[in-house]
Design a protein around this ligand. Structure first.
Ligand SMILES: C[S@@+](CC[C@H](N)C(=O)[O-])C[C@H]1O[C@@H](n2cnc3c(N)ncnc32)[C@H](O)[C@@H]1O
Length: 209
């Protein structure tokens, strides 16, 4: 079952008991756009993007660590306060986007902090294969399918607090994982639901909790 709601993630998380989810795979705003005034895919509404590109506060991270047993957090390099949580930060995930060096204003990789005591991992997948984007920071389904293969065990419950375009929902559906996810923006939420249903019209989708 894939449950996707249109709401603030703090509201969603208060409904769950401690450690309810086995694994949270989250992609929060990195909070860099307002500072750097660059980045992102220009075909999208940058004013809208700048509005939501605000780093989550400590209360969010406290809730995330309360409701989930393990965490994979994209933008781990921007959330330095996570690093002292572990004695050492052994397992970062690096997505090598295969960006040409000439595009030096775009990052060549994205990093995720993880709570796992495993060796670090690299996923190589060209960002240019990520076509038909409906969201400015859309990650490839292939990346999330690979993460599920590497880090999740059969039957585990997955949490996504920042759905965006719904790529993790499709990856969970393709890989047979239960997911609870939410998105605060009604516009992104509607687009995500449409895309998820187009990819699999038979998907078991729950839109209310
Ligand atoms: C970096 S994007 C996620 C992109 C996603 N991983 C994908 O592949 O499409 C972050 C998303 O979180 C949403 N968001 C921001 N604050 C939120 C909140 N408090 N609760 C739920 N969603 C939120 C934004 O609207 C945005 O769509």
């Amino acid at each position: 079952m894939i449950q996707v709601t249109n709401e603030d993630n703090m509201k969603l998380m208060t409904r769950y008991k401690d450690g309810h989810f086995d694994l949270a795979i989250v992609d929060p705003p990195y909070g860099i756009l307002n500072k750097t005034k660059r980045g992102g895919d220009k075909k999208f509404n940058m004013k809208e993007y700048i509005k939501w590109d605000v780093k989550p506060n400590q209360e969010y991270f406290d809730e995330l660590f309360r409701v989930s047993k393990n965490q994979i957090i994209w933008g781990g390099n921007y959330f330095g306060h996570l690093w002292p949580r572990c004695e050492y930060n052994k397992c970062f995930i690096v997505w090598d986007k295969n960006q040409p060096e000439s595009l030096n204003n775009f990052s060549m990789a994205e990093m995720a902090w993880t709570s796992f005591d495993k060796p670090s991992k690299i996923f190589r997948y060209s960002v240019r294969k990520n076509r038909n984007k409906i969201h400015p920071t859309q990650k490839p389904v292939e990346l999330y399918e690979w993460i599920l293969r590497m880090f999740a065990k059969k039957g585990e419950k997955i949490l996504d607090t920042h759905l965006g375009s719904g790529t993790l929902a499709t990856a969970c559906d393709n890989s047979g994982f239960e997911l609870v996810a939410c998105e605060i923006s009604e516009a992104y939420y509607k687009k995500a639901i449409k895309k998820i249903k187009e990819i699999n019209p038979k998907i078991k989708l729950k839109l209310k909790f």
